[in-house]
Design a protein around this ligand. Structure first.
Ligand code: IMP
Length: 430
């Protein structure tokens, strides 16, 4: 039996929600290990749509343990709102079903404000963030001044910790022409919310060690995508956490040997939200058609996603940096009906052809995609559940992608419905 990490192999929005839900039915424990409520996972179960941001996808299923690991940044107010929304949909959420790492970092209102101020100002680099305070909270974590979930337990020491953090933030805010944050008010807000959060608090590394020794199946649920990784992504147009699979270990308190299979969720074309280089982006009617057919709007911010052809160079790179062992290909049906489809197989830069994305935003913005053109298919792939139902050209497209990215496609998703899946290999089987 294997533990599985699920990560995105592009810029997020690859359709992880459906696959994670499908896997979480067979997992015992589902763990989030990075990011926060910048993620948006849509699950459709028995015709009911659930929208999750911070909570692991396992929470909508009874009998599963959902864990928010230490690598996640937790906005306690957003967490309680999300729990409240799911309860209204009839999902029972309590500490027997959800645990939060005591050493997870808190996102505070001042982080959200700072994210927004920076994004709305013309100085500095506009990243196109989700304005949820993710980056500023991670900055405080690395700056060793962050508040963590366990700080909500020691209320006598809380005011002092808040003041130490504000020594940094209020200096920064004054420089940005903002009102300083009132430490007493913030401490009072945190004291008020503490009793609602603390019942979920746990020593997650110990909990997961126990589960592992019991032989539980653990599913690590990644958010965003490998190209948004703070180290391996298109820096600085990235999120502020490591999104590669190695973070599943660090962000949950387990060693790398705890992860057996790394399933890379990969869209059959490419999308990106926010700013930053995107070599295969299409500004024409093909891009528009991909966006419309693929309903490419963000779950969290409602922003329109940028669309383009499949970029085999980027995905191959993501497979290496994220240690992806198996690919789940999603949204193939969006390509139905095109006369021809293109795949990017290299980049032209200053008279040379590269088989990797060069480091640095300036070079990344200048690369020109080199395409291979394949014949399209007119028949539908929507809802297919066997290879036999797929048109020959669609099979050829998938097989060619496998060759280019140097990784097998072991799962094909052909609609948002969970049953519309072609499975070649069970990720939980060693
Ligand atoms: P942040 O994570 O809010 O700091 O945003 C940084 C970058 O990551 C921006 O380009 C966002 O659009 C992108 N991003 C963050 N979360 C997601 C996601 O769940 N899907 C896709 N893009 C995301």
């Amino acid at each position: 039996m294997a533990n599985v990490a699920v990560v995105g192999s592009q810029w997020g929005d690859e359709g992880k929600g459906k696959i994670v839900d499908w896997l979480s039915e067979r997992a015992d424990v589902v763990v989030r290990f990075q990011g926060g409520h910048n993620a948006g996972h849509t699950l459709v179960i028995d015709g009911v749509t659930y929208k999750l941001s911070l909570l692991p996808s396992g929470v909508v299923r009874e009998g599963k343990l959902s864990v928010i690991g230490n690598g996640v940044v937790v906005d306690p107010w957003a967490l309680l709102d999300e729990i409240g929304r799911l309860r209204e949909q009839g999902v029972k959420i309590g500490p027997e079903r959800l645990r939060i790492a005591e050493n997870a970092t808190l996102i505070l209102p001042l982080h959200r404000e700072l994210d927004e101020i920076r994004e709305n100002s013309n100085s500095g680099t506009k990243i196109g963030t989700t304005k949820r305070g993710i980056g500023p909270a991670y900055e405080d974590k690395v700056g060793r001044r962050a508040l963590r979930v366990m700080d909500l337990m020691d209320l006598d020491a809380l005011a002092d910790k808040v003041e130490k953090m504000l020594a940094h933030h209020n200096a920064l805010r004054r420089g940005l022409g903002q009102e300083p944050v009132d430490g007493e008010k913030l401490t009072a807000q945190l004291k008020e919310i503490a009793p609602e959060i603390l019942p979920y608090m746990d020593s997650v590394w110990r909990l997961l060690d126990g589960e592992r020794r019991k032989g539980s199946r653990i599913l690590f649920e990644g958010a965003q995508g490998t190209l948004l990784d703070i180290d391996h992504g298109t820096y600085p147009y990235v999120t502020s956490s490591n999104t590669v699979s190695a973070q599943a270990a660090t962000g949950s308190g387990m060693g790398p040997a705890a992860i057996d299979t790394v399933l890379g969720i990969t869209k059959a074309y490419t999308t990106r939200v926010g700013e930053g280089p995107f070599p295969t982006e299409l500004d024409d009617e093909v891009g528009q058609r991909l966006g419309e057919r693929g309903r490419e709007f963000g779950v969290v911010t409602g922003r329109k996603r940028r669309c383009g052809w499949f970029d085999a160079v980027l995905v191959r790179q993501a497979i290496k940096t994220s240690g992806i062992t198996d690919v789940a290909l999603t949204k193939l049906d969006v390509l139905d009906g095109f006369d021809e489809v293109k795949i990017c197989t290299g980049y032209r830069l200053d008279g040379q052809v590269l088989d990797y994305l060069p480091g640095g935003a300036a070079l990344q913005a200048r690369v020109e995609p080199v395409y291979e053109t394949l014949e399209g298919w007119q028949e539908t792939t929507f809802g297919a559940r066997t290879w036999g139902e797929l048109p020959a050209q669609a099979i050829k497209y998938v097989r060619h992608i496998e060759e280019l990215i140097e990784c097998p496609v072991t799962l094909l998703s052909t609609s948002p419905e969970r049953e519309d899946t072609i499975l070649m290999k069970d990720p939980f089987e060693d």
